[in-house]
Design a protein around this ligand. Structure first.
Ligand SMILES: [Zn+2]
Length: 312
């Protein structure tokens, strides 16, 4: 059965980092912004009105009185597409990258009308997250790559980046997001990784340990953009949920969808495995939001139903 994220928190709550996340969850509200785009241009940001930790996703709602052609925002040089959210407002997901600079940052939102553009500027306080340190031991050939493997890894990384550049103008996701599998979190999002004694890139997803062959479900509706068998990720699937939101499922033993295939929330897309660079069977679940590396579990407070543009 499907599980919505609001009812299920990752296990392993005894580790320090997880306790911090649980605290964040209590304070991570859905932020209604009472600024009217039709009221006045260039309103100044309201300090303290919006805040989120590194790696968090914020749902921002903006009242819109007339029907704009398009509403979009910019946050730390990243696009924030807004979409009709019902009851005369637009909604947008702001992704705070795991390494976004802490402090006050502008979120500038523009509503484009045939004859004019209305703009509001809000302040988003980016709070520092205290990521845990994770020490891993891996076979040397999986860490110190030979020339041939390096060339392969670079090409594969390029292929993935290319996928993230294609921002679908349609929102495929709706309602709540679900956890792709149930299991113990064995590698926390944002962990500072020390592999064989050397500091490496931080961990950009959640690792969930589960037995080989456990069915993996799509976290929401979307379109499969890439299926692959890469050096690091092993067999994997990338799903496009629209408006710049992507989810990744790596180290699978089997992939059960095809590129361009439409998938439904809860649909089985593959099976848990240990392909690629993995020490045991687990799912690496990652989420990218308009270029930002965000914690998949921060989607737990996000829910917007299907809304016809005509209601706005
Ligand atoms: Zn991982």
């Amino acid at each position: 059965m499907t599980r919505d994220l609001a009812r299920k928190r990752p296990q392993g709550a005894t580790i320090k980092g997880r306790v911090l996340v649980a605290t964040v969850v209590l304070f991570a509200h859905i932020f209604p912004i009472n600024l009217s785009l039709s009221a006045r241009q260039d309103q100044q940001g309201i300090p303290g009105q919006l805040s989120g930790k590194q790696g968090e996703v914020l749902l921002v709602r903006i009242p819109v009185q007339a029907s704009p052609l398009r509403v979009e925002g910019k946050f730390l040089n990243r696009l924030v597409p807004f979409f009709p959210g019902g009851n005369n407002h637009y909604a947008g997901l702001v992704g705070i990258d795991m390494q976004a600079p802490p402090g006050a940052q502008d979120l500038v939102v523009e509503a484009h009308y045939p004859d004019r553009t209305k703009r509001v500027t809000m302040t988003v306080r980016v709070l520092k997250e205290n990521y845990p340190v994770q020490r891993l031991k891996l076979p040397d050939e999986m860490v110190d790559l030979d020339q041939k493997t390096l060339v392969r890894v670079r090409a594969e990384s390029k292929e993935i980046q290319q996928v993230f550049r294609g921002v679908a103008s349609e929102r495929f996701w709706s309602g709540k997001f679900i956890e792709p599998i149930q299991g113990r979190v064995s590698g926390r999002f944002g962990s500072q990784r020390i592999i064989n004694g050397q500091p490496r890139s931080p961990h950009s997803g959640e690792d969930i340990a589960a037995p080989e062959g456990t069915p993996v479900e799509a976290m929401n509706n979307g379109v499969v953009r890439l299926t692959m068998d890469h050096f690091f990720t092993g067999k994997g699937v990338i799903i496009d949920h629209g408006l710049g939101l992507f989810s990744m499922y790596f180290h699978l033993s089997a992939v059960e969808v095809e590129p361009k295939e439409r998938v439904k929330k809860g649909q089985v897309i593959g099976k848990v495995g240990a392909t690629g660079r993995a020490t045991g069977p687990h799912l690496h679940w990652g989420v990218r939001l308009n270029g930002s590396r965000v914690d998949p579990y921060s989607l737990k407070n996000i829910s917007v139903g299907e809304v016809s543009p005509r209601t706005n």
